[in-house]
Design a binder for this molecule. Structure first.
Ligand code: ATP
Length: 349
């Protein structure tokens, strides 16, 4: 198990594009870290820089107790799993998995032990003689995992490994990958643009935006206390309700009423409320806002009630299937569930 340390890393591509801006990240041995963010935010660049497939323009990367900036990717003792699996089509599953070990000139009996062991873990023992074209997408993904496992690396690097699979298989594979990683205890960095993957798989999530790390935290920290409007709106589906307002000490004045705050804030802010933290009521008081109901989306276990607070669209997530009260509706939110961001910088206040 190795720790990974990324210190003040910058990546400027030869064409001058500044893809990573001052990244700092300390990863504990055995930790599963997910890099998440929108297309083009620099997730793959950061991963490839840690792998050594890209050179850092400045800063320092360590894996275990070695600074690896000047060490070839092949000598970093890492294993990468890609979206396209990168399997050799003309080789059997066995040969695909054994390939890296053969290159390292390991004795055949040792190669066989490791391949058989990984195949057993991955449920591939029956398929070792097949070619990749004779496998399903999920099985191919397992072969790619197997090839990574047999090398007993210090670090797994995953670049969107599940994006070619359908939704059902994806949710199954993310559980399998996480279970396998826990069993093996190998430190892992996993790139995805899928926030559900990030929330469900990560020990800690790193949210990237425009080449900068916006926030590092556990899934619960990222979800419940987003550090910025960007993180608040990126994580969560449906997204956090956001609206501009003026804070007046311990409350926020909004059209038709006010919302409480659990800490003192003054001036122009953007407030954010998770759909499941708002409650619809027919009882107005000093801490409710008039809610106009537009339509309800029925999702089976839950329902999404769409409407407006003044002119601002607002979604409430309801678990109970009681009908909405008749007559005028209001929304109430506890102060601790009102996230407050600076209107100018977008940062948490
Ligand atoms: P995606 O989810 O779309 O893969 P990403 O977050 O992984 O996105 P990167 O592939 O790391 O993003 O790219 C980050 C930025 O760097 C993008 O704007 C991309 O166009 C740019 N970029 C990537 N590779 C190069 C390169 N070789 N030369 C110049 N710019 C590049």
């Amino acid at each position: 198990m190795a720790n990974v340390s990324v210190k003040d890393v910058e990546k400027i591509y030869p064409n001058g594009f500044h893809a990573i801006k001052g990244a700092n990240l300390e990863i504990e041995p055995g930790e599963f870290i997910v890099l998440v963010g929108p297309s083009g935010c620099g997730k793959s660049t950061l991963l490839r820089t840690i792998a050594g497939l890209e050179e850092a323009s400045s800063g320092e990367i360590s894996i275990g107790d070695r600074v690896v900036n000047d060490i070839d990717p092949a000598d970093r003792n890492i294993a990468m799993v890609f979206q396209n699996y990168a399997l050799y089509p003309h080789m059997t599953v066995y040969k695909n998995m054994a390939y890296g070990l053969k290159n390292r000139k390991l004795p055949n009996d040792q190669i066989d032990t490791q391949v058989q062991k990984a195949a057993l873990m991955l449920g591939l023992s029956e398929h070792l003689d097949r070619k990749p074209s004779q496998l399903s997408g999920g099985q191919r993904q397992r072969v790619a995992m197997g090839r990574a496992i047999v090398r007993s690396p210090d670090l797994f690097l995953f670049d969107e490994p599940l994006s070619n699979l359908d939704a059902k298989l994806r949710s199954q594979m993310r559980i399998e990958i996480r279970k396998l990683q826990r069993e093996l205890g190998v430190t892992s960095i996993y790139v995805t643009h899928d926030q559900v993957e990030a929330m469900t798989m990560a020990d800690r999530i790193v949210v990237l935006n425009g080449g900068k790390i916006e926030q590092i935290g556990t899934p619960a920290e990222i979800y419940n206390s987003p550090a910025s409007v960007f993180v608040a709106s990126f994580m969560g589906a449906p997204p956090m309700n956001l609206m501009d307002a003026v804070a007046d000490g311990n409350s926020i004045a909004l059209p038709g009423g006010a919302l409480p705050l659990n800490h003192e804030v003054h001036g122009p802010v953007t407030i954010g409320i998770r759909p499941e933290k708002a409650v619809i009521t027919d009882q107005a008081n000093g801490a409710t806002l008039p809610f106009t109901h537009d339509f309800t989306e029925e999702l089976g276990a839950i329902r999404l009630v769409h409407g407006h607070l003044g002119d601002t669209p607002f979604v409430v997530h309801r678990h109970d299937d009681a009908p909405l009260p008749d007559g005028p509706l209001f929304v109430s939110v506890a102060g601790e569930n009102v996230n407050v961001f600076d209107q100018a910088t977008g940062q948490k206040r």
